[in-house]
Design a binder for this molecule. Structure first.
Ligand SMILES: [Zn+2]
Length: 486
């Protein structure tokens, strides 16, 4: 006997199987017992009250049910046709599922997308042009050391044969780093005011490249610009004679002396190389087991030589928040921004407040904490503006604009020596940054930069932060917004 495509035995199996499963449900029997108990007093003319003693009834009460709603319901006889329909529906659903699965398995798959990674993007992206990379938001316009414009070729870093081929390629260029200094074209101007030509990065190829690679302690793949590969090579261990012989075409400078005067992508390339070489030199031994480490993945991984349990170490940057704090009217004469200075800074220089992000802290919390700790001012409306790699030595600066809720300043003199509210006209009257350290001799020599400073601003004059800093960028942006831009 058949009904449609289902045999009698199939329907019998479905029906009895479902009934057996239903019989096994203790909840079903519990509800049935409640129904029978509720019907009994009605049959005898007694008013029903919800029971409160049994666990089952309590549970029903918690979900908003009482035995009343089932009174008069006799659902067992209609259950049989429902079970028959349910078994038929299940079989139809199974048939649809089998058809869909078969279609899925036999349907042609779309091709896999490219897994190439680009330098400035997160996530998957095909190799993109330098111009496209420079348009990736958010990025502070004219911020130094950003937009390096290289494809970092993450997917090729473990391909040693490919890397060796690129190193041997005559088009390849090497960015030399000597004791954290970058090779700059000779006779270049500096930020301290040394007259000269616009600084240019000197990248080595040909015979110079071979000599450089032979002397280098660390060599790292930076990335590709079209079909030209760029590597960084650290020659910090080379003596001055060897260094001079290698350099030849230029002079080694601290990037902070020339970066603000260079073309953006060149400065970014030198900053990238400097940051990676700094990390390599400080991770030649494992911090966990003390064994020497070796370079892997094109120089983007150091692994210790502990045969039993090798440890991996990856390059890192230290996130630091830096924020321009604004107030609509702290002293009754219009808007102002909060700037402070540390005693070790260049004489007269005032800058935005900043500090490192601590473990377990959000960026917003770090911003509010640092401002409160250093100045005693409470802030709100933490608004992200832009970020800047700052490899001096290994930071990533995260720039914010925040609004002050309070105006009273109470500095922490262990961190800063002064903080003040400055009106836009006052900030615009500040002198330009220069290298002379506070407390040094007049027109003195910076112990860091080794050049005379103080030529641009008279003693006692307040000065802006460096042109290549995100602090300066945040201040200039605020001045524009309050109508005091250049
Ligand atoms: Zn180790």
């Amino acid at each position: 006997m058949t009904i449609g495509e289902y045999s009698f035995w199939r329907m019998w199996t479905l029906t009895t199987g479902t009934l057996v499963q239903l019989m096994n449900l203790s909840a079903f029997w519990s509800i049935l017992a409640q129904l029978l108990g509720a019907m009994k007093p009605i049959m005898s003319g007694v008013t029903v009250q919800p029971a409160t003693s049994s666990a089952t009834t309590n549970k029903a009460d918690r979900v908003g049910l009482t035995p009343h709603i089932f009174i008069g319901t006799s659902f067992v006889p209609p259950l049989y046709p429902w079970l028959l329909c349910r078994g038929t529906q299940r079989a139809e659903n199974r048939k649809k599922y089998d058809q869909a699965r078969q279609e899925f398995l036999t349907k042609p798959k779309p091709p896999e997308k490219s897994h190439n990674y680009s330098g400035c993007r997160t996530g998957r992206a095909v190799v993109v042009s330098k111009a496209a990379l420079c348009q990736v938001p958010p990025m502070g316009k004219n911020l130094s050391y950003t937009a390096v414009g290289l494809d970092r070729v993450h997917h090729r870093r473990r391909d040693n044969a490919w890397i060796a081929g690129r190193l041997a390629d005559e088009k390849t260029r090497i960015v030399p780093v000597w004791q954290d200094r970058s090779l700059i074209s000779p006779g270049a101007a500096t930020i301290e005011g040394t007259p000269g030509d616009t600084p240019k990065a000197v990248l080595l190829g040909g015979k110079q490249k071979q000599v450089l690679l032979a002397e280098a302690d660390h060599v790292t793949l930076l990335g590709l610009d079209g079909d030209i590969a760029y590597f960084a090579a650290d020659i910090s261990q080379a003596d001055e004679t060897a260094r001079d012989a290698l350099a030849g075409a230029g002079e080694f400078h601290d990037l902070r002396r020339v970066g603000a005067l260079m073309a953006g992508p060149e400065a970014a390339l030198l900053a990238y190389a400097r940051g990676l070489m700094y990390w390599h030199r400080r991770h030649v031994f494992c911090g966990l087991c003390g064994n020497p480490t070796e370079s892997h993945d094109g120089g983007h991984l150091r692994r210790c030589t502990n045969a039993g349990d090798p440890h991996n170490h990856f390059p890192h940057t230290d996130p630091a928040v830096i924020m321009l704090v604004s107030h609509d009217n702290p002293h009754g004469n219009g808007p102002a921004c909060l700037l402070g200075r540390q005693s070790r800074w260049a004489e007269g220089m005032y800058s935005t407040l900043a500090g490192f992000v601590e473990p377990g802290e959000t960026l917003e919390e770090a911003v509010a904490r640092e401002v409160l700790e250093e100045s005693g001012v409470r802030v709100t409306n933490v608004e992200y503006k832009a970020s800047q790699p700052w490899p001096f030595p290994s930071s990533l600066m995260l720039g914010f604009r925040v609004r002050a809720e309070t105006a009273e300043i109470k500095i922490d003199d262990r961190e800063i020596e002064d903080a003040q509210w400055f009106r836009p006209e006052e900030v615009r009257s500040f002198g330009e940054w220069c290298a002379a350290p506070s407390g040094g001799a007049p027109g003195g020599v910076s112990p860091v930069l080794g050049k005379a400073g103080g030529a641009h601003a008279p003693a006692g004059e307040k000065r802006l932060p460096r042109k290549d800093s995100i602090s300066r960028w945040l201040i200039e942006g605020w001045l524009e917004d309050v109508g005091c831009g250049k």
